[in-house]
Design a protein around this ligand. Structure first.
Ligand code: BDP
Length: 709
């Protein structure tokens, strides 16, 4: 009996242990699942009791006027889902009403007046302590945006507006540009493979496609160019149109329109024609028929994005025609149904001119020659998504052409996914820049839009790192409202994504805000640019000088030798400065007056040139590299103290990325200094740490497997 009981006891203990184990692993599994980053900023984490109490006072059942189908139904579903997460089943009894303006009651008509003349997607939220909350819009997408804005209010620390507040998008097109290839590789992608499963479409629709659309809609993104600008022509073939249609149908309820990158030579590549000359009648007819075919399947197809005569891509210049000839030919084929987005990212090795000047020279003379449904898409700076560039001189210089701003969310030149660099400060720097020609960049692009080269991939957390989600978020928020401050966006995102605790936000928001500057300091301080190793752009390669095209070489950009460093873009050099309005150029013309973050972009200076600090330029450069490294260390330290606020899984993942960043910041600084010293023969300022290795070591590092190529 004793034995028997012992056995029973042992079995009981074993069972209990097993049960506990199962429970524990189940719980851990649940926690891991809940906090692996998949839910992005749409986690809808429960509100703390006090805030929940306050929210329940004003938020009750959701009432949707109208038939409840399509996007409006999606809007209702999103509010239900969000409130279920934040408040649970327990809700108050003041209703939340979603209504199109045509369904407003007599007493609510004044809300329609608020929206009179507002662009598509606009909405108004009014919270009345007695009547409840109402979200009104002129179109269904506005209701959806309003639903997400309402959830942001509830989740954030801003109370619901007591009087009506109207929200209008700052620009019509708010697009992600995916550089995803049909085989699943993502050019400059650092988050795994493509999220688009072209192989299995149209039959299989990955549920991620819906979560992707939700995430985009929640921040106002209203279109996606689904394939690489270095496009494959076969994506215009019927079998791909069927795949595209499936995506378009899935995204329509979220207000996301599908766009395609088109290869300009498609009539030759897949159309059986001898030429792709935009003035050839057969070519024009081919595109017309192609557009008809696409619109028959996808009536709200957004349009075509084209990279032409750039980096080896075909284009109208192959036939002696201009960008306007090419763009207008496609615009005619689309007609009023869609938009041609024509990229201004062009440069040519045969052209001896400073690469920073080439786009302006090719495009500005064409001002006024583009059709109404053509938008020219211009990168934020005149070279290529560097950690810092002055704004592109085309902004403001083409008053009769619609210009769209292209930004890069994926961090090709800012440390891939492992370096923390919050990019809102970089984009607001450009948006807020006064072109000196009748407005800021934000004002120039307001009639057109903003594009962001996406950072999404098949990684569970979408972006390759948790903090890179913030850049997707910031892109959408700024495209919706370019006047938002980086600080507000950072705060909003961090609260939604990690924790609403004030102590957490007080530490993490400043860290995010300074992070991009930190990266610029240890990679390319004082206006240096394009010093990344060649091809993959991973790590430093300032010594690369022998590639066939001059502007592929970092040496082309830094122009350093024994005498000095920097690119002279003043009148004594390439005079790229003259492409800017006189007032803008004047602010950058004098090295003694310029904001030194642009110094070596515009000026070639001797190593002993006195910087504004009074130190010689060389000492100043070293100090900035060192500051960047110290700041990377400080970010890791700050984060290590935030573990009480973040689930262990995400906390550890971020800490691991920051460890990579610290190591690579040192690498950047040490390799760069070793190289500059090999040119200038100067000692490091007293008290400065010597590079860990000699230059040969840094030059010997090769990474053929670096991602994103
Ligand atoms: C460069 C990228 C290259 C892109 C190109 C572009 O390295 O992969 O194709 O931009 O924007 O920065 O077309």
């Amino acid at each position: 009996m004793m034995r028997g009981r012992g056995v029973v006891n042992r079995i009981g203990a074993w069972l209990a242990a097993l049960l506990l184990g199962v429970l524990a692993s189940g719980l851990a599994g649940a926690a891991a699942q809940a906090e692996d980053g998949y839910d992005l900023w749409l986690r809808h984490a429960p509100l703390d009791p006090a805030r929940a109490e306050a929210a329940r006072e004003v938020l009750g059942p959701v009432e949707l006027r109208g038939d409840g189908s399509g996007t409006a139904g999606t809007a209702r579903g999103e509010i239900e889902r969000g409130l279920a997460g934040m408040l649970g089943a327990d809700r108050g009894n003041r209703s939340i009403t979603l209504a199109l303006t045509q369904d407003l009651t007599e007493g609510e008509r004044w809300l329609a007046a608020e929206l009179a003349g507002a662009p598509p997607g606009s909405f108004v939220i009014a919270a009345d302590p007695n009547a409840g909350t109402i979200v009104a819009a002129r179109d269904d997408t506005g209701l959806l945006y309003g639903a997400f804005a309402l959830l942001r209010h509830v989740a954030g620390d801003r109370p619901l507006p007591e009087v009506a507040r109207t929200y209008r998008p700052g620009m019509p097109l708010r697009l992600l540009n995916h550089w995803d290839n049909p085989d699943g590789h993502v050019e400059r992608g650092y988050a795994g493979r493509s999220i688009f499963d072209w192989w299995h479409l149209p039959e299989r629709l990955d549920p991620r496609m819906i979560d992707y659309a939700r995430a985009n809609a929640s921040i106002g993104i209203n279109g996606a160019v689904v394939n690489n600008v270095n496009a494959r022509a076969f994506m215009l073939e019927p079998r791909y149109i069927a795949k595209l249609k499936r995506l378009a149908d899935a995204w329509r309820p979220y207000g996301i329109r599908v766009y395609l990158s088109a290869r300009f030579s498609a009539p030759r590549d897949i159309g059986g024609l001898e030429t792709a000359d935009p003035l050839d009648p057969a070519v024009r007819a081919w595109w017309h028929a192609k557009a008809d075919e696409i619109y028959a399947a996808i009536p709200d197809f957004g349009g075509l994005l084209v990279k032409a005569n750039s980096e080896g891509q075909p284009g109208p210049q192959d036939y002696g025609r201009t960008h306007a000839d090419g763009a207008n030919m496609l615009a005619e084929a689309l007609g009023t149904r869609g938009t041609v987005i024509w990229r201004a990212f062009v440069y040519s090795a045969e052209d001896e001119t400073d690469r920073a000047k080439q786009a302006y020279e090719e495009f500005v003379p064409l001002d006024g020659r583009f059709a109404d449904n053509v938008i020219v898409q211009v990168k934020n700076g005149p070279i290529d998504f560097q950690p810092r560039e002055p704004f592109h001189p085309m902004f403001g210089a083409m008053p009769n052409t619609k210009l769209m701003l292209e930004t890069q969310i994926t961090k090709e030149y800012l440390g891939f996914a492992s370096h923390l660099a919050f990019l809102a400060p970089m984009w607001t720097e450009v948006l807020d820049a006064d072109t000196g020609r009748g407005g800021t960049v934000a004002e120039v692009v307001a009639p057109a839009g903003m594009a962001g080269v996406a950072n999404t991939g098949s990684d569970r957390n979408w972006s390759g790192s948790h903090f890179d989600q913030a850049n997707w978020y910031a892109f959408g928020r700024l495209a919706w409202d370019p006047s938002l401050s980086s600080e507000d966006i950072a705060r909003e995102w961090a609260a939604l994504t990690f924790s609403r605790e004030e102590a957490f936000l007080a530490a993490v928001v400043p860290m995010m805000l300074s992070s991009r500057e930190t990266v610029a300091r240890y990679m390319t301080p004082m206006g240096l640019a394009h010093l990344m190793d060649t091809g993959h752009h991973y790590g430093p390669g300032p010594w690369v000088c022998d590639l066939p095209r001059p502007e592929w070489n970092p040496c082309y950009y830094h122009r350093a030798d024994a005498g000095g460093i920097g690119f002279d873009r003043t009148a004594t050099g390439s005079n790229a400065l003259e492409q800017y309005a006189p007032g803008v150029a004047a602010a950058w013309a004098d090295p003694a007056e310029i904001d030194e973050r642009y110094l070596l972009w515009f000026h070639h200076l001797p190593w002993d040139y006195p910087a504004q600090s009074g130190r010689p330029l060389w000492d100043e450069l070293v100090a900035r590299y060192d500051r960047g490294v110290a700041e990377a260390d400080a970010m890791a330290q700050t984060w290590s103290e935030l573990s009480p606020y973040v689930d262990p899984q995400r906390h550890r993942a971020v800490a691991e990325s920051l460890a990579i960043q610290r190591r690579e910041a040192r690498w950047w600084r040490d390799a760069s200094l070793a190289y500059w010293q090999s040119l200038n023969g100067l000692d490091l300022p007293p008290g400065t740490r010597a590079p860990e290795h000699d230059l040969d070591y840094y030059r010997s590092l090769v990474f053929p497997e670096a991602p994103g190529r």
